[in-house]
Design a protein around this ligand. Structure first.
Ligand code: AMP
Length: 294
C-alpha cells in the first residue's frame, strides 16, 4: 500500500522523517490516469533514490479555456494500485484548494525553450506547468525529479527553470514508452475512437521518417529540411489527421531553430489533431555515421 497525503503539512511531516533518516527522495510529477509510461518513470526514480514520491494533480493552471480539464481522465483507486507495484513510497494527491489556496498570486514566467511550438497553441501552458513544478519542488524538496521525454518541450522548460532559479535538485529524463505499434502512451489516448486509434501511430511513423531523412546527410540544408517538414505535415493529413499544429526540427537542448553547419543534437517535435484529440510526440534525429567511422 502506498502512503497517500492530501495536505502539504501532512506530506511535509512524513518526508521530514525520511530526510532525518538520511534517505534521498525522488519526485515524479503526474496528472494521474497512470500508464506504463508513468510507471517507467517511477521505476527510474526508485533506481536512483531510496524513497519515491509521486504527485497526482490535474493542474488547472496549465489548461487553457476550452481545453479538456473537465473531462481529463481520473481514476485514483487504479492509480494507487499501480503505484504500489512500481516502487512508489508516497503519493501526494492534493485538491486544487490545497495547491492554490485563497490569495495565491505568484506565477513563473517561462521563457527560452517555452517559446513557440506548444506555446503558439497553448500560450499559458508552460507558465502553469513551471509554477506548479516549482511548488512541488518546494513542498517535496527532492534530490531529483523525473520527467518523461514524451513531453519534450516541458522537460526542456523545467531544466531551464531549475538552472535559472538555482533550484537544488537534478532533473532526470526517462525515454518515451510506446505501444507496440509506436503510439506514445498518453492518458489522452483514452479519448480516441477505435478508428482514430488505428490511425494514431502514423504520427510517430511520420516523425521517425523525417528524423531518419534529416540524419542521412542533409542536416545543414535548411530549405530541404523545411520541404521535408511540410511533406510530413501533408502526409499526416493524408493519413487521416484533422489538423497539424506543427512539425518542427529544433535544437535538442534549447529548442531554438536550427543553425546551419551546427553539429548540435536535433529533435523533431510534432502536434496534430485526430478528431477532437490533440496528440504530441517527438523523436531524436539520429547522429549521422561519420565517414571516418568515428
Ligand atoms: P502527465 O500525467 O501526462 O502530466 O505526465 C506525467 C509525466 O509522465 C511527465 O513527465 C510525462 O512526460 C511523463 N509521461 C507521459 N507519457 C509518457 C510516456 N509514454 N513515456 C514516458 N513518460 C511519459
Amino acid at each position: 500500500m502506498v502512503n497517500v497525503s492530501r495536505k502539504v503539512q501532512e506530506l511535509r511531516g512524513k518526508l521530514a522523517l525520511v530526510r532525518t533518516g538520511g534517505e534521498a527522495i525522488a519526485l515524479v510529477p503526474t496528472m494521474g490516469a497512470l500508464h506504463e509510461g508513468h510507471l517507467s518513470l517511477v521505476r527510474l526514480a526508485k533506481a536512483r533514490c531510496p524513497r519515491v514520491v509521486v504527485s497526482i494533480f490535474i493542474n488547472p493552471a496549465q489548461f487553457g479555456p476550452g481545453e479538456d480539464l473537465s473531462r481529463y481522465p481520473r481514476d485514483e483507486a487504479k492509480d494507487l494500485a499501480k503505484l504500489a507495484g512500481a516502487g512508489c513510497d508516497f503519493v501526494w494527491a492534493p485538491t486544487v484548494a490545497d495547491v492554490y489556496p485563497e490569495g495565491f498570486a505568484t506565477r513563473i514566467e517561462a521563457g527560452g525553450a517555452a517559446e513557440g511550438l506548444e506555446s503558439d497553441f497553448r500560450p499559458d501552458h508552460f507558465g502553469g506547468v513551471a509554477t506548479v513544478c516549482c511548488k512541488l519542488f518546494g513542498v517535496v524538496q527532492p534530490s531529483i525529479a523525473v520527467f518523461g521525454e514524451k513531453d519534450y518541450q516541458q522537460l526542456c522548460v523545467i531544466r531551464r527553470m531549475v538552472r535559472d532559479l538555482n533550484l537544488p535538485l537534478d532533473i532526470v529524463a526517462g525515454p518515451t514508452v510506446r505501444e507496440p505499434d509506436g503510439l506514445a502512451m498518453s492518458s489522452r489516448n483514452a479519448y480516441l475512437s477505435p478508428k482514430e486509434r488505428r490511425i494514431a501511430p502514423a504520427l510517430h511513423a511520420a516523425i521517425q521518417s523525417l528524423a531518419a531523412a534529416i540524419s542521412r546527410d542533409i542536416r545543414d540544408e535548411a530549405a530541404l529540411i523545411d520541404r521535408l517538414r511540410a511533406d510530413t505535415e501533408r502526409r499526416l493529413i493524408a493519413d487521416g489527421f484533422a489538423r497539424v499544429d506543427y512539425v518542427a526540427v529544433r535544437d535538442a537542448e534549447t529548442l531554438a531553430p536550427i543553425e546551419p553547419n551546427s553539429r548540435r543534437s536535433l529533435r523533431v517535435l510534432a502536434a496534430a489533431w485526430l478528431g477532437g484529440t490533440r496528440l504530441i510526440d517527438n523523436v531524436a534525429v539520429p547522429r549521422p555515421a561519420r565517414a571516418d567511422g568515428s
